[in-house]
Design a protein around this ligand. Sequence first.
Ligand SMILES: [Zn+2]
Length: 436
Amino acid sequence: MSSSAHDEVVQFTSELIRFDTSNFGPGQDQPGERDVAEYVAATLDEVGIAAQLLESEPRRTTVVASWAPPGVDPSLPPLLIHGHTDVVPAQADQWSVDPFSGEIRDGCVWGRGAVDMKDFDAIVLAIVRDRVRTGRAPRRPIRLVFTADEEAGGPLGSVWLARHHPDLIADCTQAVGEVGGFSLTVAGRRMYVIQTAEKGLAWLRLIAEGTAGHGSMRDDDNAVTQLAQAVADLGAYHWPTKLHPAQRAFLDSVSEALGLPMELDDVEQTLAQLGSIARMAGATMSHTVNPTMLQAGYKANVIPGVAEATVDGRYIPGARAEFLETVRQVIGDKVRMEILHEQPGVEAPWGTPLTDAMTAAIRQYDPQATTTPFLMSAGTDAKAWCELGIQCYGFTPLQLPSDFDFVGLFHGVDERVPIESLRFAVDVFDHFLDLA
Ligand SMILES: [Zn+2]
């Protein structure tokens, strides 16, 4: 790896952060990804890679480029490498630096998007440019996609692209993007967690319909009372542990690293020794539901005929039907349930040539490292690609300091990424392209 990629990855991370691509969600005024998309396209164009800019709405821009230089094996299907260019908003007054400065301080690049996920966008750009300049082809053809709107679930980015331009990506069989690949230090040993699965998402509306009337009367059919009961029962419901194979493999790796047998009855105890990852791993031990919104009534002395709640449900991949049936049972028969929005669970196999290539690439630069699959609680653009039958992995191989609260920086205050971690990722991911 030449030093130019090590320099460019820092420069690109910083410059990408300076584009304010805050995503405020549907219907809100927002800057969009047009400017950053033009920057990405120009950065690729400088080394002769032509990129296509596609817009789902004005300024909501996704970049697609094919990179298949002489030397790739054209008989292999392309590998999809994807990153999103939008970020969640930042409240500047809570930060130590301007969140859109891309400031370099204390060995880190600071700003919104430093870990989610302008870092990976910069890693990919730096590697591709270095390989073009030095005439090093990847093993197989590469499809590069830089999406808009991931932070709102992708309706104007990945989901839109998969629906309206499937031909641009459907020939890819496997995809690599966020969030996995980073190192956790467990009992002094580095373990790199590669994301092979994501929970499914089901946003639900609970609706209670009762008898409307005067607030001074007796009412045994009060919609607010019925809804409140169902919401309380559902929110307090104790979901039994349900281990997905990826989660079990992760827990086995952790228990081996700790030298402790994993007691499935007392997994909390083992998780407690994991530091910042415990919160994330804890959320993937079972289905989860969280009531998030309530709506009913318009006046103190009027009993409303309808009351509604919104619930954020996340289910273990492969167990959608069981999850929804349990919700129905818990809320009872006086409250109806509708599915407001849904995204599928994601699952990809472990122990394949592609995941072996990830492990080998990491070991090339961290020989003592171990790797493990894991199940993520939140969603990424992978959900859109997997609907096209593409196997999706989270592999952004950052080697992190042992005390670095990486997971806590996602959507967090003072988001930042160590420069040494970026350079390590460039080395590993570059080598991965020889093996993948
Ligand atoms: Zn992200």
